[in-house]
Design a protein around this ligand. Structure first.
Ligand SMILES: Nc1ncnc2c1ncn2[C@@H]1O[C@H](COP(=O)(O)OP(=O)(O)OP(=O)(O)O)[C@@H](O)[C@H]1O
Ligand SMILES: [Mg+2]
Length: 204
C-alpha cells in the first residue's frame, strides 16, 4: 500500500502541474520506483473539479490498458487525488534524435494494442508523451486527453474509427518532426492526406 504521508515524505518532484493539471512525483516505496500523478496541491476549487476529474479519468484508462507492453502499469490509487504507476527509466523523445525504424514500428504496435482495448490517445503529436526506455523501447504515457469507449454502442461504431485515424495521423506527424528522413514515400502521402482532412477537424 502506498500511503499519502509516506509518499509525500520520500517523493522527488518531476514536474509541477499548472492550472488543474497534476504534479508528477517520483517515489521509492518498498524497493520499487513509482511515478505518482497528484492534484492534491491544486487550490480546492480546481482540485475538486478539473483535478479530480483528470485523475479519475486517467486512472480508469491506465486500468483498462493494464498489461499492454509499452504502457506503464497502474499500481495504486493513493487517494481520490492521486494514483501511482510504474516508473519507466528513460526519457521523452527529442526533436532531431536518431531513432531506429524499429522504434516507430513498435510504437505503432503499442498504439494498435491501445486501440484494441477501446482507447484512443489523442495527444501523440506532443513529444513529451512518448518515452524511450533505457532499453530503447517506446512507452506511451499521458492519457489526459484520451477517451475510452464501451465495447458496444453507437459512439464506438461511429466516432472510434475516426479518432483512431486521428491517432495514426498524430503519430505520422510526430515521426515527421522527430526524424523526417525516415519517412517512407507512402507515409508522406498518408500524412499529406491526413493534413488535408485535419483542416476540417475541430480539435486542432
Ligand atoms: N510512468 C512514467 N515513468 C517515467 N516518467 C514519466 C512517467 N509518467 C510521466 N513521466 C514524465 O513526466 C512528464 C509529464 O508526464 P505526463 O505527460 O503524464 O503529464 P502531464 O500532466 O500531461 O504533463 P505535460 O503537460 O508536461 O505533458 C513526462 O514527459 C515524463 O517525462
Ligand atoms: Mg504530457
Amino acid at each position: 500500500m502506498v500511503d499519502r504521508k509516506e509518499y509525500e515524505k520520500g517523493s522527488v518532484s518531476i514536474t509541477r502541474g499548472s492550472f488543474g493539471k497534476p504534479d508528477l512525483n517520483r517515489v521509492e516505496v518498498g524497493g520499487r520506483t513509482l511515478m505518482v500523478k497528484d492534484v492534491r496541491r491544486r487550490n480546492p476549487f480546481l482540485r475538486w473539479t478539473l483535478g479530480l476529474w483528470l485523475i479519475e479519468k486517467e486512472w480508469k484508462i491506465y486500468g483498462r490498458l493494464k498489461g499492454v507492453s509499452g504502457v506503464p502499469m497502474p499500481v495504486e490509487r493513493i487517494d481520490r487525488f492521486a494514483f501511482a504507476m510504474e516508473f519507466i527509466p528513460g526519457r521523452p523523445i527529442q526533436r532531431g534524435e536518431v531513432l531506429s525504424p524499429y522504434f516507430f514500428t513498435r510504437l505503432e504496435e503499442v498504439l494498435g494494442e491501445i486501440h484494441q482495448r477501446g482507447v484512443v490517445h489523442l495527444d501523440l503529436r506532443h513529444k513529451g508523451n512518448i518515452l524511450i526506455s533505457e532499453g530503447g523501447e517506446p512507452f506511451l504515457i499521458d492519457f489526459n486527453s484520451s477517451f475510452s469507449f464501451k465495447e458496444k454502442g453507437m459512439l464506438r461504431r461511429i466516432l472510434f474509427p475516426l479518432l483512431r485515424w486521428v491517432d495514426y495521423g498524430g503519430l505520422l506527424k510526430l515521426k515527421e518532426r522527430i526524424s523526417p528522413s525516415s519517412m517512407t514515400p507512402e507515409e508522406l502521402a498518408r500524412l499529406k492526406r491526413f493534413n488535408r482532412f485535419r483542416r476540417l477537424w475541430i480539435f486542432n
